[in-house]
Design a protein around this ligand. Structure first.
Ligand SMILES: Nc1ncnc2c1ncn2[C@@H]1O[C@H](COP(=O)(O)OP(=O)(O)OP(=O)(O)O)[C@@H](O)[C@H]1O
Length: 251
């Protein structure tokens, strides 16, 4: 589904990605973990086209997309959520989703608001998206009044409205309470199943990692330390060194 080969990325003299290669299968959930500064977000930015790599290639469904812009990748099916949720704060839950649905209909990226009197069909679809992210009871609440967890879920809803084939989520549960985190895990598992999604995520919470991931890649200082199932990476001596003997997956 998505593959990258030998990706290098420097910021000036600093080497942040040093030859990263990976291959994520269709409908797989592939999680990138590693200590702060390992290069996880930078790798995501290279895969989604937000920043160019210095060298290496990215392919998506067999097509070389290395030189495609981020918006061209969105049109090919990339959906992306961020560490800090990107929603329109003054607009309601329903409006945020309607705007995404209208953008999809027009085949453009989320842009300025043009009309807030959606057709019945778009409104029904927006309500259905809100239901999927457990926000159907907060349709009229402006996004700025939502809790942190609800804002992150709304961003997920906006992304789902664009009907992605691959969902790239940077720390989808960061800063959430345990109950919010569990609710978000359930939603992600549900939508993955219903929409047959391929998912890539970064995550620090090993409980989330263990519940969502088919395979895990461990990064450190811009390099891949290990790739495998949770039990495989738990047994890996280099991974254990990085985590200083913590029980990986039991956090
Ligand atoms: N725009 C930038 N300019 C210079 N250095 C940067 C830039 N963005 C990231 N870096 C550096 O690149 C390294 C990797 O950062 P990155 O955000 O990819 O790590 P990460 O693994 O996602 O960390 P975290 O878990 O804290 O989000 C860090 O040392 C960071 O300081």
């Amino acid at each position: 589904m998505i593959e990258c080969t030998n990706i290098y990325k420097n910021y000036g003299a600093i080497s942040v990605l040093k030859g990263i290669s990976l291959n994520v299968a269709e409908q797989e959930t592939f999680t990138v973990i590693g200590p702060n500064g390992a290069g996880k977000t930078t790798l995501f930015k290279v895969l989604t086209g937000e920043i160019p790599a210095n060298s290496g290639t990215v392919t998506f469904k067999g097509e070389d997309i290395t030189r495609l812009s981020a918006s061209a990748r969105v049109h090919r099916g990339f959906g992306r959520t961020f560490q800090v949720a990107r929603v329109l704060p003054s607009n309601s839950v329903l409006e945020n989703i309607v705007i995404a649905l209208e953008a999809r209909a027009r085949q453009i990226e989320r842009g300025p608001l043009r009309q807030l009197r959606p057709t019945g069909r778009i409104k029904d679809e927006a309500v259905e998206v809100a239901r999927r992210i457990s926000l159907a009871n907060k349709l009229d609440v402006p996004a700025r009044f939502l809790s942190h967890g609800d804002r992150k879920r709304l961003e997920l809803g906006i992304t789902l409205a664009l009907k992605p084939k691959i969902l790239m989520m940077d720390e989808p549960t960061a800063g959430m309470s345990p109950s919010d985190r569990n609710a978000t895990i359930d939603i992600i598992l549900h939508v993955k199943d219903e929409d047959c999604l391929t998912i890539m995520l970064t995550e620090h919470d090993m409980d989330v990692v263990s519940q969502l991931s088919d395979r895990i890649m461990v990064m450190n200082y811009g390099e891949t330390i290990a790739v495998g199932t949770l039990s495989e990476i738990r047994e890996n001596a280099a991974v254990r060194d990085i985590y200083l003997g913590e029980e990986i997956g039991d956090a």
